[in-house]
Design a binder for this molecule. Sequence first.
Ligand code: ADP
Ligand code: ZN
Length: 526
Amino acid sequence: MQTHEMTSTDALEILQTIYGFDGFRGQQQEIVDTIIRGEDALVLMPTGGGKSLCYQIPSLARPGTGIIVSPLIALMQDQVDALRALNLNAAFINSSMNAQDVARTEQALLDGQIDMLYVAPERLLMSGMLSLLDRCEIALFAIDEAHCVSQWGHDFRKEYMGLSLLSERYPTVPRIALTATADERTRKEIASNLQLTTAASFVSSFDRPNIRYAIGEPVNPRDAMLHFLDTHHEGEAGIVYCLSRKKVEQTAEWLNKQGRTALPYHAGLPAEERQHNQTRFLREDGLIVVATIAFGMGIDKPDVRFVVHLNLPKSVEAYYQETGRAGRDGQPSNAWMAYGLQDVINLRSMMAQSDADEQHKRLENHKLETMLGLAELTTCRRQSLLSYFGDTLVEPCGNCDNCLYPPHTWDATEAARKALSCVYRTGQRFGVTYVVDVLMGKVSERVTRFGHDRQSTFGIGKEYSANEWRNLFRQLIARGLLAVDVEGHGSVLLTESARPVLKGEQTLHLRELVVGEGKKSRSVTR
Ligand code: ADP
Ligand code: ZN
């Protein structure tokens, strides 16, 4: 494949003869041409957009080996297998290999027999590897999952920082950085940390029109999920994300009892079991993987029909990336999420307890707020999601829960005032459950001990159920009228924004509350 003067006709020929595709998609052609000319590129393309060809074709079209930096060893094997199936000389070097295999691959590299070499960043940056590369002809460096170089992004990996060395050490080798998620700020950080500020930048639309977004707060998320799966995804493949390993295992077990084939996946399982479950999911039809976020990066399964979240993701980027694993084949797919008050409390306390520095914690908190904002939204979800990535959608999409079934809002001012004053009267020292007990006039040992049964707000909220109150509190927290003091065991506090509502200076319209137990929440069941 090694000719020196390459044109885009050659690129098209490679696409057609080797890959068997008719033509390029979206911006692929321009990107490929840029790299073939020896220039750098920064590529932002949603999952499924076709990023791999953007570096694979130039690797073949240019003389020498394409070096692909990828963060996940588990995925290298899949990529390399896929390339070998096309009769290409692809290889990887990583820590799972024995010395003999490494030596053999290195020799093949020196002999110029490898079209594409996958390598993890920490491995690439080892002095032995670099001095080996000094003696090879290199077609390009591709830096996959480039958002890992950004501290603002959601998946920072410090090894990625070292990759800036490539531009100094190999100034004539073109570099291409690729990612599926990057807001404006992450984009800037990628460009500056990888010395790509002068690179051509290719930003594809982030819209995934075939994915229908729905987010709700059902009383019983598991049952609501099953109802959703039965209605829309009988026998189809999908991913169910949970926050904890324990919940992953429980949910998988439960789904199996309901007659679904569900496989667990999380970092605590033995490596063989994880690999086995992943392989089954890829090869067999209609399986469900129940997983923590450890599952998914780089999974290339085109017919994932649904992605369910049983917990709130910790950022909009994470939500977008995880839901983006649905419908890579362009067919209608669902992104369905159920969340609750406990998610907000759990995520906040995880953040408070992490040993990250203050600045980092503030940042994480800000991201969680933004995610909550998306969850509580009453207008088009897609418009909001895309605007987060600097993309605009002029009209509401017509393919999200809020567009299809506009949420009913109600004047919650009076109820909110009751809730807020009860928080105030009980001293801002208690969690939601306790405050709801007081509102509903429930006598308990604790309530009597603190004398709250003799308090003016005791029993003023009997018109709503405990679930309705919890829903209201969640919305008040999401809107920032109440703050959760995670160091104080989840006690809720009034914020400045609560004042105008308490004083009757501001009205508050909220999403309809869940009406009683059993009746499933509106937006997630359809
Ligand atoms: P990404 O890495 O951006 O998530 P991939 O590179 O894995 O996406 O491509 C997604 C799918 O689209 C793959 O199955 C790939 O073979 C296919 N694909 C990519 N480009 C084209 C094209 N020009 N024509 C047809 N199929 C394509
Ligand atoms: Zn919409």
